[in-house]
Design a protein around this ligand. Structure first.
Ligand code: FAD
Length: 600
């Protein structure tokens, strides 16, 4: 039986949230030892791919209330307003802290931090480092984390099970991929920072590692997943690969046109089009910067009207940035030019970029409070895998990088406090659980008889089903069909077989474990979606086209059941100062406390 590796705190995930949490623990108490477990080297976490920027109030004409209001109305009133107020208040200090650690924020000529507009934000508040913001943020966090001796990195370790004993989460069983051994890493507090699950859909901006493992780990030990029906599509991914063309392309003045060359968004109540040649542009919210859910839905309507362009990879519209000039494109959007050239074969200085909506972000995740605490004592979560919730039914672009910092730090501090208040563990019991996990992995995959089912087939059918029944528009019958497919896929998964039986960097074993997470997470998405019989934000039911606050101004909580569909419960949304109102874009923001009567 493998001996336990002992630490005070285990963090699973080395992206923005995981690294920020590790630094927060070290800042509170350098005596606490932290294990940072990641299935890839931390710098390969998806945070590195973020392009556009991170939101926080910095300009004199902006305010915390304005940031809060944009976030809340963008969320279609599903965000918890106490959490949003906490988030916007702590956001500026987190971005300044990052600057002090070395993050090279882009600047105005006079030295002020430069900010760009972003979808659904009524004022410019998105800090950026050219169009490689996530890369620079992650570098800054990683190099800072290396300064602390108390943080030990377990790179290329794959977490497969949370260790729960005596009603408390006390560690994790993880496969050291180099040796194939399952090892128990014990701790008095565990923080999940495992990122999102966009890979449960076929077309996504998400890296291949975003398979929802951490959500599934929590779900399997009885922790509910909150608001899982809310899946964000980004309106501008490249066809075929799903590679993201950042919203910054539109915030710098890019426009979306259909096959007739028409700026079609003007027909979808997203504000007035601005003259892209107006020198004041883009100082105001344009319709291209409407929220992502609305823009993605507009694409589907254009497709139904026959206004989209057929490409070898399905229907697309055009994102035109040619009028911005080669100089601006090279200065502000170099990565957009690089991606379009390499992956779509067109130079955006000369031709429009073909784009389509692609799955981008999970608003839902592991249910936590404002300190990242889950209902299971000792278990915390932060970043995209968690749901606090500040994103509600639709996240505003550039809020989530900041969220990884604010809530990574909060969860780190809360876990440190929890660890200091709780006594030693029964390592023997935890080692026995990890030994059971080693036996399960061996029995189910490495020493099993050859089964009849293959990873790629099940994954492909999962993708088809999710795209068809749980995409941008949903219906009762469509969702039921996906749910039936998922039942069959779960059953077929029991007969799955892998060819590679080796112990050293067995990537097929990783893929089969990830597929199991994907099936669990997809189930939570579909069943939460089935039971929410209204349309709100990213969850659009054509059979229930209206928002229904009387019945559904509530968070969904999906609890896994051993057999059969998850049990869905509901939790009130916290409303502090902004009573639910209609989402309208292109108007001035509302004053707090008066939202009800102002027609928004
Ligand atoms: C292409 C792209 C562009 C984006 N652009 C922006 C933007 O401009 N602004 C913005 O605010 N947001 C943006 N987002 C969203 C934002 O980047 C993410 O939500 C955020 O970075 C997630 O950070 P995280 O720390 O929660 O997770 P991640 O960065 O995804 O890290 C997850 C970590 O968990 C580890 N992990 C997962 N499973 C396991 C396991 N089983 N065992 C061990 N380790 C595991 C991984 O190794 C990884 O280290 C973008 C997202 C994408 C995909």
């Amino acid at each position: 039986m493998a001996h336990a590796i002992q630490h005070d705190i285990v963090i699973i995930g080395g992206g923005g949230a995981g690294l920020r949490a590790a630094i927060a623990v070290a800042q509170i108490d350098q005596g606490l030892s932290v294990a940072l477990v990641s299935k890839v080297y931390p710098m390969r976490s998806h945070t590195v791919a973020a392009e556009g920027g991170a939101a926080a109030v910095v300009r004199d004409d902006d305010s915390l209330d304005k940031h809060a209001y944009d976030t809340i109305s963008g969320s279609d009133w599903m965000a918890d307003q106490d959490a949003v107020e906490q988030f916007v208040a702590e956001a500026p200090q987190e971005l300044i802290q990052l600057e002090h650690w070395g993050c090279p924020w882009s600047r105005e000529p006079d030295g002020h931090v430069a900010v760009r507009p972003f979808g659904g934000m009524a004022i410019e508040r998105t800090w950026f480092a050219a169009d490689k913001t996530g890369f620079h943020m992650l570098h800054t966090l990683y190099q800072t984390s290396l300064k602390y001796d108390g943080i030990t990195f377990y790179d290329e370790w794959f977490a497969t099970k949370l260790l729960v004993d005596d009603g408390r989460c006390q560690g994790v069983a993880a496969i050291e991929l180099r040796s194939g051994q399952v090892r128990p890493i014990t701790a008095r507090a565990v923080i999940l920072c495992t990122g999102g699950a966009g890979r449960i859909f076929p077309f996504t901006t998400n890296g291949a590692i975003k398979t929802g493992d951490g959500m599934a780990l929590a779900y399997r030990v009885g922790v509910p997943l909150k608001d899982m029906e809310f899946v964000q599509y980004h309106p501008t991914g490249l066809p075929g690969t799903g590679i993201l063309i950042t919203e910054a392309a539109r915030s710098e003045g890019g426009i979306l046109v259909n096959r007739h060359g028409e700026r079609y968004l003007k027909n979808y109540q997203l504000g007035e089009p601005l003259d892209v040649h107006d020198p004041r542009h883009p100082q105001k919210l344009t319709m291209e910067l409407g929220p992502r859910d609305r823009l993605s839905q507009a694409f589907i309507h254009e497709m139904a009207k026959g206004n989209t362009i057929e490409s070898p990879f399905g229907h697309v519209v055009s994102l035109d940035i040619r009028h911005l000039s080669e100089r601006t494109i090279n200065q502000k959007l170099p990565f957009v030019r690089e991606l379009a050239t390499n992956y779509a074969g067109i130079d955006p200085v000369k031709e429009p970029i073909p784009v389509r909506p692609v799955v981008h972000y999970m608003m839902g995740g592991v249910h936590t409070d404002g300190h990242g605490a889950t209902p299971l004592p000792g278990l915390f979560a932060a970043g995209e895998c968690a749901c606090v919730s500040i994103n509600g039914a639709n996240r505003l672009g550039s809020n989530s990088l900041t969220e990884t910092l604010v809530y990574g730090a909060r969860a780190g501090r809360a876990a440190a406090r929890f660890a200091r208040e709780h006594g030693p563990l029964d390592a023997g019991a935890l080692e026995a659980q990890a030994a059971d996990e080693q036996r399960r992995v061996t029995r189910q995959y490495l020493a099993a008889e050859k089964g009849t089912e293959r990873i790629a087939a099940i994954r492909g059918e999962l993708w088809d089903a999710m795209e068809q029944g749980a995409g941008i528009y949903r219906t009762e019958s469509g969702l039921r069909k996906v749910s039936e497919t998922l039942d069959q896929l779960h059953e077929r998964y029991q007969r799955i077989s892998i060819d590679d039986r080796s112990n050293c960097f067995n990537t097929e074993l990783v893929a089969v474990l990830e597929l199991q997470s994907m099936l669990d997470v997809a189930g939570a998405v579909v069943h939460s979606g089935l039971q929410r019989r209204e349309s709100r934000g990213s969850h659009q039911r054509t059979d229930f086209p209206k928002r229904d606050d009387a019945r559904y101004l509530k968070h969904s909580l999906a609890y896994r059941s051993e057999a059969g569909p998850p049990r869905i419960e509901y939790l009130q949304v916290t409303v502090t100062r902004w009573p639910p109102a209609e989402r309208v874009y292109g108007a001035e923001p509302a004053e707090p406390g008066s939202a009800h009567g102002n027609g928004r």
